[in-house]
Design a protein around this ligand. Structure first.
Ligand code: C2E
Ligand code: MG
Ligand code: MG
Length: 495
């Protein structure tokens, strides 16, 4: 399995695709076991990259399956699978809806999406991907009833209409049958390839009167499957999904303007030496002061910024502002800045940080960067290289929220972190929950033997502080000793 993980990061790196998508592909295990030589992969890389665009079109992965690639006019059948395209499907669905309305019956629409198919196609090559798609289409048709209409809606998505009498129960049963059919591995060129899929379901008349609305709502349900149930899940559309989606779009719209409207600012929370209870540094925590929403929590907008591609400019702003403000402090204390795993997709991150240090005049030894385990899950090789470059500049690297993710000890071996921060969920339970006590005690023992600094986050009570000091936890941070404060308040506290 280690080889598979290594191969997955090599593939991800070479193909410039999302590593989690590659890692999620069971097919990779089969490919890895074929012992493909790394040298051969390297040689093939540039060719793969050059051909990618061509291949996407050639293997039928072009999103616009309604267009004839040569002549341009709309086509009604997908040339690859022979299934109706979205356009024809919409017409058929509209007919089914009118018929169902006349007879007072329901219609169910199922949208199926293959997980990570584009990455798989890049891995196995265009011709194999074409054959696989055809086989998938055949299985869907064979699993559906004769009266159901099956169509190809997108590069890796299909739609099925259950006309007349499509009840929630029937739709659910059909979705399960479809997933079961797709879960059987596909024989392909002498090997077995496994795929995974998700299904979103919308019902007529409850979830939509028109074909477009029903398709849109089934696709919205599809979009919710993965966050809620993960790969291989089924989700029915619910009206609040649209409300949720609209609220998200509005927040995203506002966040896009937050930087230019100067609505972002930093608060600073002190970190204390647990023996002397002296302040040893401050953690910069981002705040968004929105004109009508009030102060929006980073827990709410950082994940959104990560999803909509705004974390890079926001993250750079945080770094630049924290370094510039810390360089003006009256005492040369350390400033800790949180980095998102997404920021590590920028291979020049270490250069960016070096530039900001030079620009603001903050010595590297005064900067600490806090990363979470997510950094090492995403693309270990490249993330480790960036972390090493940062450390070589003299910047301290802390592993934040320890205990909440995989907490794999191999992370501690793979990179010489300077510090580990014990997540507040464990500190909160200290003295009240034996397991939390044991976990904190073991993490502290581990840090002692690895000679790592350790900060306990979220210390709120004198009892928690006493227990941590007893067990030689080197630093503490929490509301008991100091809450995050704004720039001006901090300036007063520092004199
Ligand atoms: P974090 O880095 O683990 O930061 C600590 C969080 O715990 C902060 O929440 C802080 O206000 C809160 N906290 C500290 N002491 C206590 C305590 O005693 N009790 C309680 N209940 N909470 C305490 P905040 O500021 O809401 O930030 C939440 C998370 O948002 C941060 O967790 C961090 O992951 C992320 N974040 C904040 N600023 C940034 C940023 O500039 N960039 C990135 N990428 N993430 C950020
Ligand atoms: Mg932090
Ligand atoms: Mg934390």
């Amino acid at each position: 399995m280690r080889e598979v993980a290594q191969m997955s990061s090599v593939f991800a790196c070479l193909l410039e695709i999302e590593p989690p998508a590659v890692a999620a592909l069971p097919a990779l295990a089969l490919l890895a076991s074929n012992a493909v030589g790394l040298a051969a992969i390297g040689r093939a890389t540039w060719r793969l990259r050059c051909e990618r665009a061509l291949r996407a079109a050639a293997c039928g992965l072009d999103p616009d399956v309604d267009r004839d690639p040569l002549t341009g006019p709309p086509v009604h059948r997908d040339p690859l699978t022979g299934l109706p395209t979205r356009r024809l499907f919409r017409d058929r669905l509209a007919q089914s809806l009118s018929l169902a309305d006349r007879e007072g019956k329901g219609v169910a629409l199922l949208c199926i999406e293959l997980d990570g198919f584009q990455a798989l196609a890049q891995l196995i090559g265009g011709p194999a991907a074409q054959r696989l798609l055809r086989e998938i289409a055949n299985r869907l048709v064979a699993t559906a009833r004769d009266t159901d209409a099956v169509a190809r809606l997108g590069p890796a998505s299909f739609g099925i209409v259950q006309p007349l009498g499509g009840t929630p129960r029937e739709a659910w049963a059909m979705a399960q049958r479809l997933l079961a059919a797709l879960s059987e591995p596909f024989p392909l060129d002498g090997r077995l390839v496994a795929i995974a899929a998700c299904i979103g379901i919308a019902l007529h008349p409850t979830n939509g009167g028109s074909a477009d609305m029903l398709i849109g709502n089934a696709e919205t349900a599809l979009g919710r499957v993965k966050p809620e149930t993960g790969s291989g899940g089924i989700c029915f559309f619910e009206q609040q999904m649209n409300t949720h989606l609209h609220a998200r779009h509005a927040l995203e719209h506002d966040l896009r303007h937050a930087l230019e409207r100067d609505e972002l600012l930093l608060h600073y929370q002190p970190l204390f030496d647990s023996r002397s209870l002296r302040i040893v540094g401050y953690e910069a925590l981002l705040r968004w002061r929105h004109p009508t929403r009030g102060t929006v929590s980073p827990a709410e907008f950082i994940p959104l910024a990560e999803e909509c591609g705004l974390i890079a400019p926001i993250g750079s702003w945080v770094l630049r502002t924290a370094c510039a403000e810390a360089s003006l402090w009256s005492r040369p204390l350390r400033v800790a800045v949180n980095l998102s795993p997404i920021q590590f997709r920028n291979r020049d991150l270490a250069l960016l940080v070096a530039g900001i240090l030079a620009e603001t005049g903050l010595p590297a030894s005064r900067l600490e960067l806090e990363v979470t385990e997510g950094v090492l899950i995403d693309d270990t090789t490249s993330a480790l290289a960036i972390l090493r470059e940062l450390k070589a500049q003299g910047i301290a690297i802390a592993l934040d929220d320890f205990g909440t993710g995989y907490s794999s000890l191999s992370y501690l071996r793979s990179f010489p972190f300077d510090k580990l921060k014990i997540d507040r969920s464990f500190v909160r339970e200290l003295g009240e929950d034996r397991e939390a006590d044991a976990i904190v005690r073991s993490i502290l023992a581990l840090c002692r033997s690895l000679n790592l600094d350790v900060t306990a986050e979220g210390v709120e009570t004198p009892e928690q502080l006493a227990l941590l000091r007893e067990q030689d936890c080197s630093q503490v941070q929490g509301f008991l000793l100091g809450r995050p404060v704004g720039r001006e308040e901090l300036a007063h506290a520092l004199v």
